[in-house]
Design a protein around this ligand. Structure first.
Ligand SMILES: [Fe+2]
Length: 226
């Protein structure tokens, strides 16, 4: 289900310039508050640490530029979605981008990522499996992992120690959709309800990664799981 599109070097460079020019205005933080995990995975002794620094993109001309990239993908009917500049300091664990509404219905749509940092050591992993929880652990705790068949050897190919702490080997027991490379000009799109995560770029001493994140749509998703 993951789609890939290419943007030109000129567009890529222009987006990096706009990102850098806005960096001082980034006003939103996502925190990682799992102190034992921070200590074990990254040797960070803080109670909480910035996972992602970001800013919502509101400038109409920048939004129009990004919308023209979003329009390359098939099947996206609401391109005026939520757009963010993001600087990720810690790799994100397995999760989805769905939101759960007050009446317990689940809102879905598309996530589009445009990486600005180019590095062979950074990947975004997308699985076929979807879930109606934004927090992976809530779903993972309902799965009998001992009854699952090993489907791939992702954990040997990539450092995915951050995928599901403290049981990172489960990445091999889920059906892979695609491995998205942070290479120049690459952009991709998947369903917000698909499980995804970053590889552990921090283990390669990469300080941060920059990207543009777009989330579109407001489809309702009815999970197959309970
Ligand atoms: Fe996500």
């Amino acid at each position: 289900m993951t789609q890939f599109k290419k943007i030109t070097d000129d567009v890529h460079n222009e987006l990096i310039e706009i990102f850098d020019n806005n960096l001082s205005k980034f006003d939103d933080h996502v925190w990682n508050t799992r102190a034992p995990m921070l200590k074990e995975l990254y040797n960070i002794n803080d109670e909480k640490h910035i996972q992602t620094l970001r800013m919502e993109i509101k400038d109409p001309s920048v939004r129009a530029k990004i919308r023209s990239i979003v329009n390359l993908f098939d099947g996206i009917d609401n391109v005026d979605g939520f757009m963010n500049f993001c600087r990720g300091y810690l790799p994100i664990a397995m999760h989805t981008d769905v939101s759960v509404n007050p009446d317990n219905t689940v809102s879905d749509g598309y996530t589009i990522m445009i990486p600005l940092t180019v590095d062979k050591r950074i990947q975004t992993i997308v699985w076929q499996e979807r879930m109606g929880y934004p927090v992976f652990d809530e779903w993972a705790n309902t799965i009998d992992w001992n009854n699952r068949v090993k489907l791939n050897n992702l954990s040997e190919k990539y450092n995915l120690s951050n995928g599901h702490w403290p049981k990172p080997d489960i990445v091999d027991y889920m059906a892979l959709d695609d491995v998205c490379q942070w290479s120049k000009g690459n952009a991709w799109c998947f369903k917000r309800s698909q499980i995804h995560c970053s590889t552990n770029f921090k283990a390669s001493s990469i300080e941060y990664k920059d990207y543009i994140l777009i989330q579109t749509g407001n489809d309702l998703y009815t999970p197959e799981h309970k």
